[in-house]
Design a protein around this ligand. Structure first.
Ligand code: NAP
Ligand code: HJL
Length: 220
């Protein structure tokens, strides 16, 4: 499986505010680039923190791109995937609508009754890990289900775990020309953080988009 991570940060590396309120960092050009990434993916992954903060849809916005996917025998929209150890995703979350399949990656700690209500809401439950989702095992199950290209759109806790598990094949970051600040504000890579053996990246390309730049990396 090819795992592509994409996110947008402020100049100071923040994903959103200290209140975790969604900030529109990308402009039209960059959101269109993200839409292309979604259209090229079999599934789009976020952490439950992003679902609770943003209630995202994660579908392909461009009708032309959806038609193109259908013409190629693919579903109009990529599947949505949430890393959600305890099944905290609300059953009325937008990404549980009928526009695409939705997988919930849970751990053994996820209560049965929550799993049931999310299954009723249309989710496919994938269990991997005891207390927290084991991303390597969960992604293996998704791959067995036909997911060859996965786009991960954050947030910082999830992106840290993807790097920590050595699962990242590509990283693209839109850096917008604004400052968010705040020691509590989420950043591109949060989690425990690395104190040594820092994941090294090759800067393969830089593009000016909207009022910012897109940095394209591949792990060395
Ligand atoms: N600017 C952007 O591009 C962008 C993109 C995405 C999000 N955001 C912003 O970022 C914020 C959300 O980021 P976040 O870091 O708080 O949340 P997140 O990374 O979206 O979700 C983190 C949660 O995922 C669950 N999870 C399950 N398995 C995991 C694993 N193996 N590793 C890590 N997490 C796992 C954990 O909750 P459980 O243990 O309960 O499962 C964890 O608390 C929001 O403010 C959102 O607006 C911005
Ligand atoms: N590329 C990007 N630029 C931003 O300025 C921003 N705030 C996000 N945030 C990512 C987060 O995952 C959002 O929740 C989804 O971008 C919402 O996706 P929908 O439009 O609901 O499909 N992503």
């Amino acid at each position: 499986m090819e795992v592509v991570v994409n996110a947008a940060t402020s100049v100071d590396g923040k994903l959103s505010t200290r209140e975790r309120r969604q900030v529109r960092i990308s402009g039209e050009g960059d959101f269109d680039r993200v839409d292309r990434l979604r259209a090229a993916a079999d599934a789009v992954l976020v952490g439950v923190g992003t679902v609770l903060a943003d209630d995202p849809h994660l579908g392909v916005k461009s009708e032309d791109r959806r038609v193109e996917r259908l013409r190629n025998g693919r579903p109009a929209n990529p599947a949505r995937v949430v890393a959600d150890s305890r099944a905290r995703t609300p059953p009325d979350a937008t990404l549980l609508d009928d526009d695409a399949d939705t997988y919930l990656l849970v751990s053994a700690a996820a209560p049965e009754r929550r799993r049931d209500s999310l299954r009723e809401a249309g989710a496919t439950i994938v269990e991997a890990g005891e207390d927290r989702v084991d991303l390597t095992a969960a992604l293996d199950e998704l791959e067995a289900d036909g997911v060859a290209r996965l786009l991960a759109e954050g947030g910082g806790e999830l992106i840290y775990s993807l790097f920590d598990a050595g699962l990242v094949d590509e990283l693209s970051v839109f850096v917008g020309s604004l400052v968010i600040g705040g020691r509590e504000a989420p950043t591109l890579v949060d989690g425990e953080g690395f104190v040594a053996d820092f994941p090294a990246l090759d800067l393969v390309d830089v593009d000016r988009v909207d009022d910012g730049v897109v940095l394209h990396y591949r792990p060395t």
